[in-house]
Design a protein around this ligand. Structure first.
Ligand SMILES: Nc1ncnc2c1ncn2[C@@H]1O[C@H](COP(=O)(O)OP(=O)(O)OP(=O)(O)O)[C@@H](O)[C@H]1O
Ligand SMILES: [Mg+2]
Length: 263
C-alpha cells in the first residue's frame, strides 16, 4: 500500500512504526575507536543494532559516520575496541558475503556498462547465473535504470550513478546493509521509493544501517544515533528524542542535543 507520511510528505510503502527483532543482535560494537595520527575520528563507541532495524547514523560533516561504517566493513582497522557482526568478531572475511556496502563516494566502474557493473558485483558475491539474471532485472527496475542497461556509466548523470551504486550494494541480497548517504543527488520521487524499498528489506529481517543529512528520512529510522566529534551523544527512536528534547522535529531535537554537548 502506498501512503504519504503526514509529517514529512514522503510517499512510499512506509510503516512509520518499525517492528524489529530486539532479541537478535546483528552488530555489537564495544569501545570502538579510530585515530588518524593525533586526531580521534571515532571515540570509544558502544552500539548494539538488532535484526530488521533501520538504524540511522546522524551527525555533522566530519563527525565520524563514514569512518564507523568503513571499520564495520573491514576497510579500516580500528585503533581500539572491538566489533562483532552476526556474533563473529571482525575482521571476518566470510562474514562479508552477508554484508552490502554503498560507499559515500560511488565505487562503480565508469568505463563499463550498467549491466556489466551489476554482473560484476553479483559475480563477486558468487550469485549463480540464473539468480543473477533475475536479481539484475529486479535491481534495474528498482533504481529505474532499465533503459540505461547497456550505457557506459561515464555517460550517466550523477544521480543515476548513485542509483546504480545502490543496486550494486543490494544485488546479492545481503542480510546487513551499510548505506552511506544513499539518497544524495536522488530526486524526491525516487528517494521515497528507495525508502519504501529499505523498509521492505527491514520487514524481511534485513538490517539497514544508513547515514543521511535529511532529517525527514531520519524520521523513518527505527532508531538513530547522533554523533558529534566522533562521540555518540544521543541514541533512541526519533519520537523519543523529540519527546526528550520537547521539540517538534528531529532537526530541532538534533540541534538541541548538539548544543547541549558543545565543548
Ligand atoms: N584517512 C583519513 N586520514 C585522516 N583523517 C581522516 C581520514 N578519514 C577520515 N578522516 C577524518 O575523520 C573525521 C571523520 O570523517 P568521516 O568521513 O567519518 O565523517 P562523516 O561524519 O562521514 O562526514 P560527512 O557527513 O562529511 O560524510 C574527519 O575529520 C576526517 O577529516
Ligand atoms: Mg561521510
Amino acid at each position: 500500500m502506498k501512503v504519504t507520511c503526514p509529517s514529512c510528505g514522503l510517499v512510499g510503502k512506509v510503516t512509520f512504526e518499525h517492528v524489529y527483532d530486539a532479541s537478535t543482535k546483528v552488530v555489537k560494537i564495544r569501545n570502538l575507536t579510530k585515530t588518524f595520527g593525533r586526531f580521534t575520528a571515532v571515540e570509544a563507541l558502544n552500539l548494539t543494532i538488532f535484526k530488521g532495524e533501520i538504524y540511522g547514523l546522524l551527525g555533522p560533516n566530519g563527525s565520524g559516520k563514514s569512518t564507523i561504517i568503513k571499520m564495520l566493513c573491514g576497510l579500516l582497522r580500528p585503533s581500539k575496541g572491538s566489533a562483532e557482526i552476526f556474533g563473529q568478531q571482525l575482521p571476518c572475511k566470510p562474514m562479508m558475503q552477508k554484508v552490502g556496502y554503498m560507499p559515500q563516494d560511488t565505487a562503480i566502474y565508469l568505463e563499463n556498462t550498467v549491466h556489466e557493473n551489476l554482473q560484476f558485483f553479483g559475480g563477486v558475491y558468487g550469485l549463480p547465473k540464473d539468480i543473477l539474471e533475475k536479481k539484475e532485472q529486479e535491481m534495474l527496475r528498482f533504481v529505474n535504470l532499465q533503459d540505461w542497461r547497456d550505457s557506459l556509466v561515464s555517460t550517466l548523470s550523477g544521480g543515476m550513478r548513485h542509483r546504480l551504486s545502490l543496486a550494486c550494494a543490494l544485488i546479492h541480497e545481503p542480510s546487513l546493509v551499510f548505506l552511506d548517504e544513499p539518497t544524495v543527488g536522488v530526486d524526491p520521487e525516487l528517494r521515497a521509493l528507495f525508502w519504501g524499498y529499505f523498509e521492505s528489506l527491514a520487514e524481511k529481517g534485513v538490517t539497514v544501517i544508513i547515514t543521511t543529512h535529511y532529517m525527514d528520512e531520519a524520521d523513518h529510522c527505527s532508531r538513530v544515533g547522533l554523533l558529534r566529534k566522533g562521540r555518540l551523544i544521543a541514541e533512541g527512536r526519533p519520537t523519543d528524542l523529540k519527546q526528550q528534547t520537547q521539540t517538534q522535529s528531529l532537526e530541532q531535537a538534533f540541534l538541541s542535543l548538539t548544543r547541549g554537548n558543545e565543548t
